[in-house]
Ligand binder design. Structure first.
Ligand code: NDP
Length: 311
């Protein structure tokens, strides 16, 4: 049987996905009619990204599942017109990209690389030698697909890594903590903090002044998770009073980050424009195709979003 798959993302994505998705569906043994303009009542599956053409799912009465291209689902999970199962993207390309961004920026601050790039003035200063990674505790909030991969990469570089999640995890080589008490222990004394939580009602503003105060003085913050995990003014205060030495932020409450936002000019903030990691069409197409194949075969879908938890 042929299934109708609607590709509902920003128009420029169609050029990137049409061929890999067509190929992946064929390789998965799915006979599919893939298009950007099926009539709503004819659609069996929606491939979805935020900021695309689709926001009202009501007329998609035949749709069996909505398959997201993004890992973060905070925008669509609150859409009341969506009653079908929603799957988020878990993609090896996305994971590897995040590991590279996180380890790159962690090592940048661990080794004080900026000091040498920006401070080259002809004066030989033997001064500060960075500690070994083994002496620099790192904490990752979020032990999902991305947080876990980053923890493992940082551990392999020698950092002592603590991870925190909602439910207790057990990952070899990582100190895994959970719940409110676990958060306090996870933050206490951390020299590098990495936020890889989804944005939900429970995680919004998780990093406030009190919690920044638990970190080691002069800590580094990396936020590739979501902007609203942080109370912006508390972050700026923590940078200004020296509790934090620097922050590298990829995600913001408002994106694009407004030109007059204080993060742009702050000497201790590095802004990257939500590029920490992107879904890669080749690998992501295989994830979408596998899920459609599974649904057609009566198997459970992968990466289903828990609407009650919001991620
Ligand atoms: P997952 O859903 O796989 O993992 C989420 C993790 O956060 C889980 O470990 C989960 O706990 C934990 N968590 C959720 N709520 C809470 C809570 N209330 N308290 C403690 N822990 C909690 O997500 P991914 O790893 O795939 O992605 C994480 C986020 O990264 C995305 O939601 C998105 O916001 C962001 N992202 C950013 C990108 C960028 O380019 N900047 C690219 C892709 C994603 P548990 O394991 O118990 O469920």
């Amino acid at each position: 049987m042929t299934v109708n798959v609607l590709f509902a993302a920003q128009p420029n994505r169609w050029a990137e996905y049409q061929t890999p998705l067509t190929d992946a569906l064929a390789q998965a043994g799915v006979q599919a009619n893939l298009s950007t303009d099926h009539a709503p009542g004819d659609v069996d599956y929606v491939v979805y990204a935020p900021n695309g053409p689709l926001s009202d799912f009501t007329p998609y009465t035949r749709c069996k599942a909505v398959l997201g291209l993004w890992a973060g689902v905070e925008d669509i999970v609150i859409n009341d017109t969506l009653t079908q199962p929603l799957c988020r993207m878990v993609d090896t390309g996305l994971e590897r990209g995040m590991v590279e961004w996180v380890t790159g920026h962690a090592l940048r601050h661990h080794l004080s690389i900026d000091q040498h790039i920006h401070g080259q003035d002809g004066i030989w200063r033997p001064g500060h030698v960075p500690p070994l990674a083994a002496d620099r505790p790192v904490t990752v909030l979020g032990l999902g697909a991305l947080g876990r991969a980053c923890c493992l990469a940082l551990t392999s570089l020698g950092f002592p890594v603590t991870g925190w999640s909602r439910t207790q995890k057990s990952i070899p080589g990582i100190r895994c903590l959970a719940g409110d008490a676990g958060l306090r222990a996870a933050l206490s004394g951390a020299e590098i903090l990495i936020l890889l939580l989804p944005l939900t009602a429970a995680t919004e503003n998780v990093m406030n002044a009190d919690r920044f105060g638990l970190l080691a003085r002069g800590a580094t913050l990396l936020n590739p998770g979501r902007g609203a995990l942080i109370v912006d003014n508390d972050l700026i205060a923590a940078l200004d009073n020296g509790q934090l030495d620097n922050a590298t932020l990829d995600v913001f409450r408002v994106e694009p980050l407004p030109a007059d936002h204080p993060f742009w000019d702050h000497p201790k903030v590095t802004v990257t424009p939500h590029i920490a990691s992107e879904t890669r069409p080749g690998t992501a197409s295989r994830v979408i195709a596998e899920n459609i194949m599974r649904a057609e075969a009566g198997m459970p879908l992968l990466h289903v979003v828990d609407r009650a938890q919001g991620y």
